[in-house]
Write a protein that binds this ligand. Structure first.
Ligand code: F0G
Length: 465
């Protein structure tokens, strides 16, 4: 007789899909890669994709779409105004994410731009659970000052906290005491905090934040780029949520907040697109007035009808329990391999990426010589695996021109959704382990060209002698 499932041993997860089409990968020699990285100024953003073997630069816009999404692309209603696909997207956002109004944008930063200009006045302060590069820049361009209010342990790569994305409410209280609630247009809450290592926020913290915002008359704005991954961690880690679906947790998170910016290129499984969403009718009207200036009409916002259709379908697929379990499961698989080999990574492993702790891997390279940038370049040369710096280069400079010196100096191995197999993860792990073993050979870098803003994208470097 078959035993009931509860007494059987835990089974492995597997991808809840099979593969219908493949893209062939190109391999290169070490000499070719050495030349390519030098030509790219030791910046993985400047490599040609054709010179990359396994591409873990980002999880943004690089998902594999499902057959249903591709079928949806054929249903694109390419009308300038009032496309059927917009109404499908709007209804999906309302149902899955709770927000009453949706304004499509070309991608996440399009939504950040509009929102920042609508809500921030010069001299305002915008508290958030760790900065994100484009988000903070748009806040600053609108005249605001970003204030980090994430819990202290988020800045400690080795701290084992289960919800290292949480907001420290005492830091918000201190900010109000310093500047007054009227100088705070909103609190910026990111779910599964990217720069902290993909660390989640707990539902208890989100609810406490809601209460705090109500008390002070401050809006709560949600960067919901990776909300499904956050919901999965709540299901796995927070008391009372083990038997709840990821979809219902996603809805509950969103319903605590007033407005949201979304880069649909991540969770929502599309190659391009985003939106600004909100409940407030007046804010919606003002957003529509501004979107026609910068993105397009309020029913397409810079997207084709087919893009909005693929997004609407992708949103539903992204909050399916089996999808998200396999997605995070793959990230955890890679993390465990590296940990078992003794490679220092950010603990616990987050939702979208494994983050290498460059400070501990390259203790001989001072932070002023960009250890994470150097490590990402060395990894590429070893195997053609492309990763991304998330340290002092990404953090940029403050208003006085001084480098922000983040405690976290990381290389992000970002896993695209539904793209690579477990065997690819094995190859990545082998390369990282090899590079870490020969870390003494890796030299620091200095800028040969440093852009004024978002310098990590286009900056160029050379090795320090
Ligand atoms: N917010 C978060 C948390 C993000 O991770 C990103 C993009 C954005 C906003 C901006 O969205 O790219 O669509 O304009 N993150 C990408 C990454 C670029 O690689 O982490 P976008």
């Amino acid at each position: 007789m078959v035993q009931p499932a509860t007494t059987r041993r835990q089974r492995s997860w597997a991808e809840p899909f099979k593969i219908k089409m493949v893209e062939l990968l190109k391999t290169t020699t070490a000499e070719e890669r050495q030349r390519a990285i030098a030509e790219a100024g030791y910046n993985t953003f400047l490599l040609k994709s054709q010179d990359v073997y396994i591409d873990l630069l980002t999880d943004s816009g690089v998902s594999a779409m499902s057959d249903r999404q591709w079928a949806g692309m054929m249903l694109g209603d390419e009308a300038y105004a009032g496309s059927a696909n917009f109404y499908h997207l709007e209804a999906t956002v309302r149902e899955c994410y709770s927000y009453r109004h949706t304004v499509p944008t070309h991608q996440g930063r399009g939504a950040e731009h509009i929102l920042s200009r609508l809500l921030i006045k010069p001299g305002d302060y915008v508290p958030g659970n760790m900065y994100f590069t484009t988000t903070r820049l748009h806040q600053e361009l609108a005249g605001g000052t970003f204030v980090d209010v994430i819990v202290d342990e988020a800045h400690d790569a080795q701290h084992e906290g289960l919800f290292k994305g949480n907001v420290d409410i005492a830091k918000l209280d201190a900010l109000v005491a310093r500047v007054g609630a009227e100088r705070i247009p909103y609190v910026s809450l990111a779910t599964c905090v990217n720069m902290a290592g993909g660390q989640p926020v707990s539902m208890a913290n989100i609810k406490a934040l809601r209460a705090w915002c109500d008390k002070h008359g401050v809006r709560l704005v949600h960067d919901m780029t990776r909300v499904a991954e956050n919901a999965y961690f709540i299901q796995q880690r927070e008391a009372g949520y083990a038997h709840r679906s990821v979809a219902s947790i996603v809805h509950e998170i969103c319903a605590q907040t007033d407005a949201a910016t979304m880069s649909a290129k991540k969770d929502a499984l599309v190659n391009i697109g985003g939106f600004l969403a909100m409940n407030d009718d007046d804010l919606y009207r003002r957003a529509c007035d501004m979107i026609v200036v910068y993105e397009g009409l309020h029913t397409y916002g810079g997207l084709a009808g087919r893009d909005m259709e693929a997004m609407a379908i992708g949103i539903r697929e992204s909050i399916d329990d089996n999808h998200i379990k396999a997605r995070v499961g793959q990230v955890e698989y890679l993390g465990k391999k590296l940990e078992d080999a003794g490679v220092p990574i950010v603990r616990p492993v987050g939702g979208h990426a494994v983050f290498l702790d460059a400070k501990r891997i390259l203790p001989h390279v001072p932070q002023a010589q960009y250890p994470a940038q150097a490590l990402a370049a060395a990894l590429y040369v070893d195997s053609g695996v492309r990763a991304m710096e998330r340290g002092v280069v990404s953090a940029g400079r403050d208003a006085e021109g001084r480098d922000h010196m983040p405690r976290l100096e990381l290389v992000r191995l970002t896993i695209p959704r539904r793209v690579y197999t477990q065997a690819h993860m094995d190859v990545v792990a082998e390369s990282v382990i090899e590079v870490a073993e020969h870390a003494r050979d890796v030299r620091g870098l200095r800028f040969t060209y440093e852009p004024d803003v978002l310098r990590f994208f286009l900056g160029r470097f050379e090795p320090v002698a």
